[in-house]
Design a protein around this ligand. Sequence first.
Ligand code: GUN
Length: 281
Amino acid sequence: MATRIDGTALAAKVKQTVRAEAEALARRPGLAVILVGDDPASRVYVTSKRRDCEECGFYSEEYALPEETTQGELLALVRELNGREDIDGILVQLPLPWGLDEKEVLLAIDPAKDVDCFHPFNVGKLTIGEPVFQPCTPGGVMEMLRKYGIDPAGKRCVVLGRSNIVGKPMAMLLLHADGTVVMCHSKTPDLKELAASADILVSAVGKTGLVTADMVKEGAVVIDVAMNRNDAGKLCGDVCFEEASEKASYITPVPGGVGPMTRAMLMKNTLTAAKLHQDVN
Ligand code: GUN
């Protein structure tokens, strides 16, 4: 029976450390969160980010812009925040409403304030092994592995999903930790067999019930990044948790696994940005 990885407890510890470090700075870290439109899920995320900032003693600003916001208005706000001394991190909640150019917006964020690690400059730095910021979700997963004494070195790591937000940076972090990484996606013909060969299996697809027990090797570490709603409207991941727990050595639940760690890593990145801006190492 697998050990359940407690993301909530771990995230609380990370935030505690972040708060202590933030208190030692001359100026408290500041985070600006921009939300365009009224997607209910995004609203929930934004509210919890504000709460995280309070917990860490950060200054935070929230911009809830209407659906009709133009590209020009959004870019103008990002540029204004780029120039603000009290704002260390800028997060534009994705996805943006139809008609707005996500790539152009992410490119407009000052890389030194890009706490999501989505700017091509930071993606490049990550790829060459010199990250300024840890991408939040994959960074949170690595922190979980570290805290539970799971070393990817020499292990076969299989990542399901190839998104820019999770799959690709996850593969990169596991590779930098000396894992042998296999990336699977919607066009992978033998996904089940590859998943079943993993010592560390990370699922970031967004498909309820995707990972069944036959896709989990005996003793594997199973990390579920997805946040889906099942037919009953209940929050769940990609992994069939009960049956996978029978075979895995460690497993993350949904909720209470990767999600809280993602948010904690955002706070850690905002602290990193504040140190960068205040020239503290
Ligand atoms: N939407 C879903 N996840 C994320 C995230 O990590 N950052 C941003 N900005 N938007 C998201």
